[in-house]
Design a protein around this ligand. Sequence first.
Ligand code: ADP
Ligand code: MG
Length: 331
Amino acid sequence: DAAINRIAAGEVVERPASAVKELIENALDAGARRIDVSYADGGKTLIRVVDDGYGIAADDLPLALSRHATSKIDGSDLLNIHTFGFRGEALPSLGAVGRLTITSRVVGEAGAMIRVAGGKMEPVKPAAINGGTVVELRDLFYATPARLKFLRTDRAEVQAIGDVVKRLAMAEPFVSFTLRDVSGGGEGRLTFRADAQTGDLFDALHGRLRQVLGAEFAENALKIEAEREGVALTGYAALPTFSRGSAVMQYLYVNGRPVRDKLLVGALRGAYFDFLSRGRHPAAVLFLECDPHRVDVNVHPAKSEVRFRDPGTARGLIVSALRHALADSGH
Ligand code: ADP
Ligand code: MG
């Protein structure tokens, strides 16, 4: 079983940033309003995610570390999933390739913790915690030294962790996020902070845009709101005059999940084709929402590809909505 977990881990956890992604998604699935992430040495020696979500009961801690024991779906409708997680693979995988400690408490019960290292689970113990969940992952890949060799510099891993946090933070403007580098020990250094936004979704998203991508983007952003054949598009797209050289500021989501998808990136490029000079990338934050049965977001656990049943609708919607917005703005 430990061997199976190690193999699965290779799929789910490619690098520290993928561990951070899984842990933040778990916190969001648990209804967290506040998520604090810290890391040391590019996430290689430590990743810690603290949330104020509904927690895990002591009796369920061993289950949370068992493969495919997810509490989130009943298996009847794999496409219609409203949580980030549904495979029940992340925690078992992390426990197979690092030293994992989960401390948690549900309302009205005593706190508890469990440890697993290299796939070996220790018994649940009582633990002091006010509420929510703390997941601590130390020495990622210590049990699979071959994978350690494929990790890039701390700097590159830190960059990837920051990117993951920002992409998820953009999708959840009502949740507050912090990111801290604790390599030096102690409180460490705050590297990203996004306080919870309020108001309607567009207000909140605009505020979050400012926190994640900066005031200049937010002030040069056109509101996007369109719909076609049951696919809804919302978000903000930057004026062509706003461009950070070769920097790519593209945040794309399908049914709330961050995706990197050639079709959507291509649609974005197509929309700006007449407006942007060569070598520049359009900047935008776009959310596509549609019936979950019309899109498969589960192509790969770690990668964020999507497959539309009818790609033309999504593409056409993006191109026309953005062109209209750009034309209306006088471009
Ligand atoms: P999945 O997210 O696919 O269900 P995971 O391995 O990521 O699988 O998590 C296993 C289970 O542990 C989840 O189904 C959930 O019940 C529980 N869990 C994990 N993280 C948290 C958290 N931060 N708060 C509450 N429950 C959690
Ligand atoms: Mg999960």
